[in-house]
Ligand binder design. Sequence first.
Ligand SMILES: Nc1ncnc2c1ncn2[C@@H]1O[C@H](COP(=O)(O)OP(=O)(O)O)[C@@H](O)[C@H]1O
Ligand SMILES: [Mg+2]
Length: 375
Amino acid sequence: MTKTVLHPDAQLYVRVLENIDRAVIALDQQGNITLFNPAAQSYTGLSEKQSLGRSFEKLFAGQDNFLYLTRMAISEGRSISDHENLLLHRPSASPLAVSVSVSPIFSENGNPDGAVLILRDLSRVQALEEAIRRADRLSMLGTLAAGLAHEIKNPLGGIKGATQLLAMELPEDSNLKEYTEVMIKEVERVNGIIEELMDLARPRPPELSEVNLAKVLGDIVLFQKEAHRGKDIEFVLRLDPSIPPIRGDENLLTRLFLNLIKNAGEAIEKSGKVEIISKVASDYHLNQPGGRPVPLIVVEIRDTGRGIPKDDLEQIFTPFYTTKSRGSGLGLATCQKIVSEHKGFLKISSTPGEGASFAVSLPLFRKSQDSPQKS
Ligand SMILES: Nc1ncnc2c1ncn2[C@@H]1O[C@H](COP(=O)(O)OP(=O)(O)O)[C@@H](O)[C@H]1O
Ligand SMILES: [Mg+2]
C-alpha cells in the first residue's frame, strides 16, 4: 500500500484491509480502480500494479454481472448486498464462486465518489456444505441400517440353512438342485449387502498401523485383473516409490481402493485402461491446530470407461444409488466414510463417454502422535 506516513487511525484501516480475507476493490467516480487489497489480488490473480489506476470496466470486461452491479452503485448511488454465487472469471485459473456486495462511496460533502466492491470466496463454503450434506445422509442411514440389518440377517440365516437341508434331501441327479444353488447364491449376495451396510453404519474406530500402499494397490490389481478376465482391460500402476508407509487402517484402506478400482473396471464395457497413480502432493498440506503441517499423498484411479454424467455426480455417494443391475450402491458411500476417517479428501472428475477419475488425498501421518483420529 501507500508509503506516506499515515495517521494512526488510517494505519489501522490499511492493516485491516491488508489482512481481511475478503477482496476489497474501490473505484473512483470514473470507474478507475483506486484500491485493490491483497485478497483481491489473490482472488483475481491480478497484481496491484496490473489493477491500480486501470478502468474496472476494462479489467472485468465480459463479466457483465460485476459491471452491472458497479454501474448501479456509481450511477444511481445504490448499494447491493450479498449477491450470491457469481462466477469470477480469471485469466489463469478456473472461475471462482463468490458473493458480492457493492456500495457507493460518498465524499465528505455528500457527493457520489465511486464505489467499493467486497467479494467473498464461496468455493470453500460450498465444498464444506457438500461434505456436510454427504455426512448427514450417512448418519441418517446409520440409524436406519443398524436397526434393519439385524432384523434381516437372522431370517436370511434361516432361509440359507433350510435351503441347504432341502438340497441334501434332493437326489444327486435332480435338476431341482439348480434352484437350490441359485437360492443359496442369492441369499449370500443379500447377506453381503447387509454386511456392507452394517460396516457403513457401525461406528468402528480405525485400527492403525503402518500401511504400505504400493503393496495394497498391487494386490488389488492382481485380484481385479482376474475378476475382469472376460474384458480387455489394461491395468497400469504408476506409483511414486518415495512414498513411505502411511499410518492408517489397512483393512479400510484396502476396501477403499478395492471399491474404486472395481468401479473403474466395471465402468469399462469391453476394453479400456485403468491407471492407478500415486504421488506426493507438493502444493498442499493439511494444517493441524497446534501441530506441524502434514504432507498429503494423492492416489488417483483413472479409467477410460463410460464416465459419469454431471447430474449424477451429486448422487453417486448416496447409499443404494447404483446404475448397475447387480450393484449395491454402497461402494462409494463406504469410500467416502473411509476417506473421512483418515482425514482425507475425495475428488472426482469425469467426462461422460471418456472416463472418470477418483483422486484420494490422504495426509501422510507418520508418527503415532499425529494419528488420524486425533484432531
Ligand atoms: N469409475 C466410474 N465410472 C463411471 N461411473 C461410476 C464410477 N464409479 C462409480 N460410478 C457410478 O456410481 C454408482 C455408485 O457406485 P457404488 O457406490 O460403488 O455402487 P455400485 O458399484 O454398487 O453401483 C455406480 O452405479 C456408477 O453409476
Ligand atoms: Mg461399486
